[in-house]
Design a protein around this ligand. Structure first.
Ligand SMILES: Cc1ncc(COP(=O)(O)O)c(C=O)c1O
Length: 359
């Protein structure tokens, strides 16, 4: 039996919720979406949640709503999924790439060194489910008068000093891509903010810039969300923290089983509640280890092999080298992890990794 990298949840409660939404015959931005928005805002500790079609759309909407203009610079970690950077570009701003710290997240010192007269904001990413250094980044934002937008696509339910990520900046985004900690059965995303005006502008942008049915205040787009996904997500939001607890237990199990091997293991930083979206180890023997595990029916991944500042799509920006990021992408390897993997599966993966190093 193959052990997949991630396994999305499917069960009768979710199916029943989706069937009920089908029967309600109101498919776009209806009562399920409104209820989910209220529940997401409450769970995150913010005032407003605006559902949209993806986290990429959510970042774009947020930056547009913040008024970014061509020539504005936005600090982004290079070590992230390309959509973080893409949405900044799509909003018309210029991404300025920041190197990684010891925890694979945006290095506040390098971020400070990259601030110029044109910098307007920063988009730290809570990568793999681990919060970025929020106090240092908030301090940086305050010092230079920048806005901070958290990319929580991989970190729903994570926290810093007991406070949920998503509530530390002007706004934050979630992704509901099926492998995420709060997964939909398709694409989805959300903007979270305590700023009434920003929320109102995001709601307008996701629906053709509409002020009312027939009046369009600005050019937006169709980035609306739907009732079937919202119904499924409401069931799963009720389980989010239990699902994250299971991920945390599996991560602890990996850590015990893999201790002592010549393999860099991920750890939880002080102050943080890590929610283990991904379990990423590092070894110079990555390709050999991945091939060995594949032979045993165990899927692995690399998140991400090409740093975003080295993507052809941004080559015209001629980004400077980021030594840490360029080094770390050579060795990282993602092992199977989700809220629906079993302890036995984790033991099987860890056993295979031990066998590899014991050969
Ligand atoms: C850190 C990060 N930001 C943004 C995104 C984009 O999310 P979506 O696929 O919902 O647009 C992803 C998804 O891969 C992500 O991992």
């Amino acid at each position: 039996m193959t052990i997949p990298l991630s396994r999305p949840p499917v069960d009768d409660e979710i199916k029943q919720a989706v069937l009920a939404a089908i029967d309600a015959r109101q498919y776009i931005l209806g009562p399920q979406c409104r209820a989910l928005e209220a529940e997401l805002a409450r769970d995150t500790g913010t005032m407003h949640a605006t559902l949209t079609s993806s986290a990429t759309a959510a970042i774009w909407m947020t930056l547009r709503a913040l008024g970014v203009r061509p020539g504005d610079e936005v600090l982004v970690p290079s070590h992230t999924a390309f959509p973080t950077v893409e949405a900044v570009c799509f909003a018309g701003a210029t991404p300025v790439f920041v190197d990684a710290d010891d925890w694979y997240t945006m290095d506040p010192k390098d971020a400070a060194a990259k601030v110029t007269q044109r910098t307007v904001g920063l988009v730290p990413v809570h990568l793999y489910g681990q919060p970025a250094d929020l106090p240092a980044l908030q301090d940086l934002a305050q010092r230079f008068g920048l806005w901070l937008v958290e990319d929580c696509a991989q970190a729903q339910g994570a926290a810093w000093d007991g406070r949920r990520v998503g509530s530390f900046g002007r706004a934050a985004v979630y992704s509901f891509y099926p492998s995420k900690n709060l997964p939909a059965m398709g694409d989805g995303g959300c903007v979270l903010t305590g700023d009434d005006e920003l929320a109102a502008r995001c709601r307008r942008l996701r629906d053709h810039g509409r002020l009312s049915k027939d009046v369009h205040a600005e050019v937006g787009f169709n980035l609306r969300f739907n009732e079937l996904q919202a119904a499924a997500l409401r069931v799963l939001l009720g389980r989010l923290h239990a699902m994250n607890d299971h991920r945390r237990a599996l991560a602890a199990r990996y850590a015990r089983a893999l201790a002592g091997l010549p393999l860099a293991l991920p750890a939880e930083r002080e102050h943080a509640r890590h929610v283990w979206h991904l379990y990423v180890v590092a070894t110079p023997r990555r390709a050999e280890l991945a091939a060995f595990l594949r032979e045993r029916g165990i899927q692995t991944g690399i998140h991400y092999p090409v740093p975003t500042h080295r993507q052809p799509a941004v080559a015209h920006l001629d980004p400077p080298s980021l030594p840490r990021t360029e080094r770390l992408v050579e060795e990282i390897l993602t092992l199977p992890m989700s809220a629906h993997h079993t302890e036995a599966e984790i033991d099987q993966v860890a056993g295979a990794v031990r066998d590899f190093f014991g050969r």
